[in-house]
Design a protein around this ligand. Structure first.
Ligand code: PHE
Ligand code: ZN
Ligand code: ZN
Ligand code: ZN
Length: 311
């Protein structure tokens, strides 16, 4: 299957040259994505309708690539933002999630060419969102566009699940799982049974692999937000940004992973978050690979699930 060792998260490196500012990374990324889209898809949609005129070099487009098989009215959307802040190359935020997403896309495309690998009954749409950092503009645009009939044939009602990967390789990482137990922000508050099932899938994988894990904020501070707000089941992973690894958390990670592997307490998960030093050196490879394996597991599980529509 996809999981765990067939996905090489660094198969497509977004960090060929981490001396380049984030803006320019959009070119090699764009090329790699275009190639993957051709590899994967009968239809790759590139939306260039978002413009941030005051930020001329900001990569603002969304790129999506679909599996050619699977029921298009039952679609799993996997997203990660491909932009970063202008301060640095943005390798952890969010080259890590973008590369993971691309690794999954390329691997699934390869697997689907083998007759031995059972095709999914669902379509999988891999998306790279633009302009997350300036307010979730890319994903917001996509969801808004999918709500009404549009030229590229996107329909929100076709979307069964959104998986989001934003920051997977933080140097002082946690294995953070979006907390789908939380009630949505509606009045009256509504529980999120579907999203909580996604949370449980990730949690089971970390437990089964004898790894520590944490629930993490699911309030909409990344591109799953617009999907969740429209009632689409959502989930994803997050290795931590600007909040502090506590002593308790460090000790728990230390205990499970082995002495000395628990990271550093009293500092934030990613000291280079939104800074110039978010380069290829800013990735914890061990943590990153586990996150990608968890992502691969969940995609494969959902792909073979009988009736996602009831989630
Ligand atoms: N979405 C944030 C970003 O891209 C990451 C983040 C999520 C940070 C949640 C903190 C809390 O920068
Ligand atoms: Zn960011
Ligand atoms: Zn981010
Ligand atoms: Zn934390």
């Amino acid at each position: 299957g996809i999981s765990p060792d067939r996905v090489s998260p660094l198969e497509v490196s977004l960090a060929q040259d981490n001396t380049l500012p984030a803006l320019f990374l959009s070119f090699p990324v764009g090329q790699a994505l275009a190639n993957a889209a051709i590899d994967l898809s009968t239809k790759a949609t590139v939306q260039l309708s978002i413009h941030a005129k005051d930020l001329p070099h900001f990569p603002v487009g969304n790129i999506c690539a679909d599996t050619p098989t699977g029921d298009p009215t039952k679609t799993i959307v996997i997203g990660s933002h491909s932009d970063s802040v202008t301060a640095g190359a943005g390798i952890n935020d969010n080259g890590s999630g973008s590369a993971a997403n691309l690794g999954l896309a390329v691997t699934l495309a390869r697997l689907f060419r083998s007759p031995a690998y059972p095709k999914y009954k669902y379509r999988v749409r891999f998306c790279w969102w633009g302009a997350e950092e300036i307010g979730l503009l890319g994903s917001e645009f996509h969801v808004k566009q999918a709500k009404t009939a549009n030229a590229v044939g996107e329909r929100l009602s076709d979307y069964l699940v959104n998986l989001n990967y934003d920051m997977l390789g933080s140097p002082n990482y946690m294995f953070g799982i979006y907390d789908g137990r939380t009630a949505r922000n509606d009045t009256p508050p509504q529980a999120l049974p579907g999203s909580n099932k996604i949370t449980a899938l990730f949690r089971d994988w970390f437990i089964r692999n004898k790894l520590p894990w944490d629930y993490t904020d699911f309030s909409g501070r990344s591109d799953y937000g617009p999907f969740l707000a429209e009632g689409v089941v959502a989930g994803g992973l997050f290795s931590g940004a600007d909040d502090i690894k506590t002593q308790k958390q460090r000790d728990r990670y230390d205990e499970i992973l082995g002495q000395g592997l628990g990271g550093i307490s009293g500092i934030i998960h990613d000291p280079c978050y939104h800074r110039a030093c978010d380069s290829i050196q800013n990735i914890n490879l061990f943590g990153y690979e586990k996150m990608v394996q968890a992502a691969a597991y969940v995609l494969e599980f959902l792909g073979h699930e009988d009736d996602l529509k009831t989630w």
